[in-house]
Write a protein that binds this ligand. Structure first.
Ligand SMILES: Cc1cc2nc3c(=O)[nH]c(=O)nc-3n(C[C@H](O)[C@H](O)[C@H](O)COP(=O)(O)OP(=O)(O)OC[C@H]3O[C@@H](n4cnc5c(N)ncnc54)[C@H](O)[C@@H]3O)c2cc1C
Length: 313
């Protein structure tokens, strides 16, 4: 019941200003976002990799309507990629640390030529990732951006075929999108979807979303691409493992992905079982929208969060 209001608040600039300026206790934010600086996130990455996990880093910030902010985001990615590379934390296509990028953070939401600016900025990040020996995955945002994001993906893949895509099982269109993207070399992250979407385009019932997730998984696992199974749902993890062996997938020909701070013991259990597991680590000061989406998935954390707003840092 709280999911929709929380997701609506996640897009409110007024509430964002209010919440971000309050002395939020480090606790709840830090449980999902390990740091604000390049230095802090590189240290968190090194620690996850030492535990046998892979990493995808996300420099927080979305819905940017300011060219300079978009450029500053590109610069942050270039800096972190250089640092990861110099610390030996990027190794090959499915190993080490890569980055995840929200196109709305690098210009897609600009009023006139947003798609063009986002494409050029994404190219700059892909170049930096390639120089560092690693890859970029384009996060997927709300459904009004899906066509634009997939179109930018197609353009990017002409020069950077290793660029990953994200598809959201809650959208009616996604099974078809999985078919279109299940080709050799195509890295596709499948998640349930984190935005507040209307009935016309998305399943509203959790069971329908889960059923769609399984149908999409089958398409991706049966295809020629590299599926990235992003979920914390114990049932879906189990189904994915048995489907992977049914489709003859060897460990290393697909991977599991989970968010930093969510089910860390399960992440390590899967690694011990021989699976490839990548942890998505967000960092930076723009944690508001990300945190609200995590609270919407787990409203039990809301009272903890509200208490933290009135306690000292
Ligand atoms: C690596 C990764 C990348 C993602 N990228 C995108 C993206 O690009 N676009 C997008 O729309 N969405 C993205 N998501 C978010 C995704 O769409 C879901 O909103 C999110 O993963 C929750 O769904 P779930 O599959 O874990 O299942 P759920 O049914 O939400 O959760 C299953 C179980 O996981 C645990 N859990 C889930 N959320 C939390 C939480 N916040 N705190 C504590 N425990 C929790 C609980 O035990 C819960 O019962 C991504 C998720 C992951 C893991």
């Amino acid at each position: 019941m709280l999911r929709q209001p929380l997701l609506m608040l996640s897009r409110s600039n007024q509430v964002k200003k209010l919440v971000s300026s309050m002395p939020v206790s480090a606790g709840i934010v830090r449980s999902y976002v390990p740091g604000e600086t390049t230095e802090a996130v590189v240290a968190a990455t090194a620690s996850e990799i030492a535990d046998g996990l892979r990493v995808s880093l996300d420099f927080l910030g979305e819905d940017t309507t300011d060219v300079e902010r978009a450029e500053a985001t590109v610069a942050a990615y270039v800096e972190v990629l250089k640092e990861l590379s110099s610390r030996g934390l990027t190794r090959g296509l499915v190993a080490g640390a890569e980055v995840s990028v929200k196109l709305s953070a690098i210009g897609q939401a600009l009023p006139d030529n947003g798609e063009k600016v986002a494409l050029e900025n994404a190219r700059a990040i892909c170049r930096a990732a390639r120089n560092a020996g690693t890859t970029v995955t384009l996060d997927m945002e709300d459904h009004t951006t899906t066509d634009s994001t997939l179109s930018i993906l197609r353009d990017l893949r002409k020069d950077f075929p290793e660029t990953g895509a994200v598809l959201q099982a809650y959208l009616h269109r996604t099974e078809d999108d999985c078919r279109a993207l299940a080709y050799e070399g195509s890295r596709v992250r499948l998640c349930k979807g984190a935005y507040n979407e209307p009935e016309a385009v998305a399943w509203q019932d959790r069971l329908d979303v889960d059923r769609s997730y399984v149908r999409c998984l089958k398409v991706l696992l049966a295809g020629q691409g590299y599926p990235m199974i992003a979920t914390h749902d114990p049932r879906l993890v189990e189904i994915a493992s048995s489907l992977a062996s049914r489709y003859g997938r060897q460990p290393g020909s697909y991977e599991f992905q989970m968010l930093y701070g969510i089910r860390p013991d399960e992440q390590r259990r899967l690694v011990r079982a021989g699976e490839t597991v990548r942890v998505y680590i967000p960092y930076g000061t723009e944690w508001y929208g990300y945190l609200m989406r995590r609270l919407a998935e787990r409203p039990q954390n809301l009272s903890f969060f509200l208490r933290s707003l009135i306690s000292k840092k």
